[in-house]
Design a protein around this ligand. Structure first.
Ligand SMILES: Cc1cc2nc3c(=O)[nH]c(=O)nc-3n(C[C@H](O)[C@H](O)[C@H](O)COP(=O)(O)OP(=O)(O)OC[C@H]3O[C@@H](n4cnc5c(N)ncnc54)[C@H](O)[C@@H]3O)c2cc1C
Length: 383
């Protein structure tokens, strides 16, 4: 039987220094941002805000200086993330770009691609989406069917991607495609391509309304869309191992316990106005869980910084964090016995409405609950 251990760790002092700078930026740029918008957390998209964040030096914080990055530590970026998420800033526009696409290009991209793309990411000039899921391939990602067929100077793409967050707004997609349909194993013959969504013909992007009635993710259809040779990321046929490395960038950060933070603040505000024993108990319980999750998440960040592989610990933080995030609107509703109201309610009622509608997706994005529990079971040697 395998086991896990969350070693207590502290954020180093240089990381704490970032906190005041981010708070000052948020105060200046988000002063009148309404509570209902803040509750969108990392689903909120505002590319103008994302660009300002880049101009202020908060994108590509860990990217090397030779590519225009800021050469900071993962802990300094962790503090920045904590602050923007706790403020409910609309970070969805650059979220994938900063967390996944930039690091992926730095790890696997050619020198030319790094010089062409990375400085513009850091300045908040270009944004990315991730084209992995397809209509019949989500959890079983290796079964994707979108084809890239060789043509003069590049590939022609045919097929479709679904649930692609932000594709209707951003500049580029990094797509996982099948370059060799004859490969023996379905995990082989996959590759990652950088697709310019604004300049490529043969791509139709249609937003799909989510449960909250908003347009966040999309269906993207490719019909003979041409992608030039130089936009291959990494090696042809190595897409599966690259994607696994990419998904490791999205493990157990503060986004794994702060998605419902605005709801917790609204509950706290209401309980503070008229404190009952039930209200105090609810807030106490949720804050205790939040602090524990934060400690677990920082412990994983310390392992990552030390070069260890915290796959099991990260999966545990994601699952326990998701359970916590989903419990916040439920407990808020039960504690105050107030009804959600998406449009006409006060801050509490609007936040309750949005967070309740958003919460079911928390256990789907980035790997479903069953898949994450499967990873935990395997990590514990149970399967
Ligand atoms: C808000 C949001 C944003 C998203 N953004 C993106 C994006 O930007 N890019 C992108 O590529 N994708 C994105 N996705 C898609 C997401 O990654 C997939 O929805 C997810 O991987 C599940 O795939 P699926 O929807 O095809 O469900 P399926 O894989 O069909 O799963 C259906 C159900 O079956 C269960 N199941 C499946 N396989 C197993 C198994 N082996 N054992 C036990 N149970 C199983 C699942 O847990 C689930 O409950 C997003 C999803 C959401 C909700």
């Amino acid at each position: 039987m395998h086991s896990f251990r969350f070693e207590p760790a502290d954020l180093p002092p240089e990381a704490e220094q970032v906190r005041a700078d981010v708070r000052a930026f948020l105060e200046q740029n988000l002063a009148d941002y309404p509570a209902a918008m803040r509750s969108r957390s990392w689903l909120g998209i505002d590319l103008e805000f994302s660009t300002k964040l880049g101009q202020a030096g908060f994108l590509g914080m860990t990217f090397p200086k030779e590519y225009g990055g800021h050469g900071k530590t993962a802990f300094e970026r962790y503090v920045m993330l904590e602050e923007v998420l706790a403020a409910g800033a609309p970070v969805g526009g650059h979220w994938m770009t900063d967390r996944q696409s930039g690091p992926l290009i730095l790890k696997f991209g050619t020198e030319e691609m790094k010089r062409r793309i990375i400085p513009r990411i850091v300045k908040g000039e270009i944004f990315f989406c991730i084209g992995m899921s397809e209509p019949d391939s989500g959890s079983d990602l290796a079964s994707i069917r979108t084809r890239a067929t060789r043509t003069d100077g590049g590939w022609l793409i045919n097929g479709s991607k679904i649930w692609t967050s932000g594709a209707h707004l951003v500049d580029y997609m990094i797509a996982l495609v099948r370059t060799d349909p004859e490969a023996e194993r379905k995990h082989d013959g996959l590759s990652q391509l950088l697709i310019d969504l604004k300049a490529t013909e043969g791509i139709s992007i249609r937003p799909i309304r989510n449960l909250a009635g908003e347009e966040h993710f999309n269906e993207c259809v490719f019909e003979d869309a041409f992608v030039p040779e130089e936009n291959l990321i990494g090696s042809e046929g190595e897409g599966w191992s690259q994607v696994m490395a990419e998904l490791a960038f999205e493990r157990s950060g503060p986004e794994r316990y702060l998605s419902s933070y605005q709801m917790l603040l609204e509950l706290l505000n209401e309980v503070a106005k008229d404190t009952t024993p039930a209200g105090a108990r609810a807030v106490g319980r949720l804050v205790a869980h939040l602090v524990t999750l934060r400690n677990m998440s920082i412990s994983v960040a310390a392992k990552l910084e030390a070069g260890e592989d915290p796959a099991l610990d990260g999966a545990i933080v994601k699952e326990v964090g998701t359970l916590f995030e989903q419990s916040v609107p439920l407990i808020s509703h039960q504690t105050l016995e107030r009804e959600p109201s998406p449009h006409n309610g006060d801050d509490f009622e609007q936040t309750l409405a949005y967070t309740t509608l958003a919460a079911s997706a928390f256990a789907v994005r980035g790997g479903t609950r069953e898949i994450v529990r499967g990873i935990i079971a395997r990590g514990l040697g149970l399967r």
